[in-house]
Design a protein around this ligand. Sequence first.
Ligand SMILES: [Zn+2]
Length: 446
Amino acid sequence: MTTYDLIIKNGKIVTAESTVQGDIAIKDGKIQEVGQSLEGTADRVIDAEGLHVLPGLIDTHVHFNEPGRTEWEGLETGSRSLAAGGVTTFFDMPLNSTPPTINKKNLDLKKACADEKSIVNPRYWGGLVPENIADLKELHENGVIGFKAFMSPSGIADFNHVDDETIFKGMKEIASLGSRLAVHAESTVICDQLAEEKQKQGKTTARDFVESRPIISEIEAVRRIISYAEATGCKVHVVHASSRKVVEVIRAAQERGVDITVETCAHYLALTVKDLEEKGGLAKCCPPLRDEDEVEDLWAAVANGEINVIASDHSPAPASMKTITDNYFEGWGGISGAQSTLNVMLTEGYFKRNLPLEKIVALTATNPAKLFELDGKGTIAKGYDADITLVNLEESFELKNEDLFYRHQHSPYVGMTFKGKVKSTIVAGEVVFENGEITASKKVNA
Ligand SMILES: [Zn+2]
């Protein structure tokens, strides 16, 4: 009889294709068998009767800010929050760590921090900034999953946004490497001039801020990047599209054969301008939250398979930087949300809008693994990495500040009632989170 490290018994195993009751046998960090009534013994057996068993989520967009800005977050707290949210792999953005990930030396610094502190699997974006085109090749050779550029100011002094000339040059280089460019697509011209007009007129409400970063600003930047993609052959990934109108432009390019993909974030699917008005800085982000009709349209795009990936764009900051009294142009833009992506997708998607569980798995695990070529990740099958999350769909809870594992325990999702609770998270066969507690063997501060 075979001896395994772990057997998960009788769960409803969800993949992008189907949901099937069964067992999963794990040894040496890998899934050895999936099937009904598996034979064999194990050091530990988890009875998953009544639970759904999902591939661990892959969050393609987080800012953990380490090294250098750990007063905002950090790899220990950030990775713990992911484990609590059922996420087993993350892609850390090249900013807002200091130094930013724009050359090999800085990448090595971040890797060392993650090796020491992260309890889930790290992957890294490289940055494309005006100063580092000569460094892209070496970053690529050292395993970055792609490059990130800002088409409008990033808000961070050591990560410059790219002018058109730089982005075009960078795209030629990235195309020659066979890598992919992720873009924060908002128009500097439109956003800067509208913001200036508003502030000159003393118009600084939440609505004014939103109107200063209109959907057309995203569309303008996306159209430009599509033209550059067609001219350079560079593969493009548009991050945090806030509206289906942006997605439609991307779809049209895809139909012409452009290799362009699109991410949206949980907050554009769960929150509206009303939340920004009520919750202030906690709900401020760029592009900003949109109105309810836009949220419904975006769900329609999700249901229709028009979106490739759903991520958190977790971009935390201390409460002091999130306080807005009356001027919404002040205060850090960034949502703390990495722990809640699956909760949002289950509550707002599966329960409220009948989005199939298989689609949620595709958007949060299978598609990102395929798109960014993560071997052995993104599904539950024999030979794949044992990165798994167990969820009780019958359990509801109201999110409280003290439930959050972030360095700063705040989030615009606090106070929301979610249906579907993460019970256990397993990374490479190790249970790293269980029943509300971090159980990973890797201890940093303990
Ligand atoms: Zn971001």
